[in-house]
Design a protein around this ligand. Structure first.
Ligand SMILES: [Cu+2]
Length: 144
């Protein structure tokens, strides 16, 4: 009788140990899964994409080179992607403070990409002679 009780208790004990082990294993797995999710969300950057044309408008015989988009606003840390298409004239695209430059071509999409890691208001402009002075520029505002 005693032997039967002891072997029953041993079996119950073994089962309990197994249940605890299985539970701990599941906990470990779920912790690992959480870590993977965190790592993935850290590496996904916020991409802000903009598209504009770059062209020369002629008004009363005067030339007004310009970008179709005059203002861009992003958050610090955003990855900024700007697509520029020249539809008339010869132009380029530059942001001094971010070291961004593209020699934009007629009817061909040029893409500049950078991480907005500085806050402030910066000017993007065309370096062709007289263009910036005649309006070929815009503002990118980077806020905290
Ligand atoms: Cu220009």
């Amino acid at each position: 009788m005693n032997k039967k009780i002891i072997s029953f208790l041993v079996i119950v004990g073994v089962v309990l140990v197994l249940v605890v082990l299985v539970r701990n294993n599941n906990k470990n797995i779920s912790v690992k899964e959480n870590k993977v999710e965190e790592l993935q969300s850290d590496t996904i950057e916020n991409v802000k994409e903009f598209a504009m044309t770059s062209f020369t408008e002629i008004k009363d015989g005067k030339y007004y080179p310009q970008y179709s988009l005059k203002d861009i606003e992003v958050k610090k840390g955003d990855r900024v992607r700007i697509k520029i298409m020249v539809t008339s004239g010869m132009h380029d695209f530059k942001i001094d403070e971010y070291g961004v430059y593209a020699d934009t071509q007629m009817n061909k999409e040029s893409v500049v990409e950078f991480v907005a890691d500085k806050t402030g208001e910066f000017v993007y402009y065309c370096t062709k002679p007289g263009h910036r002075e005649n309006g070929h520029w815009g503002t990118i505002k980077v806020t905290e």
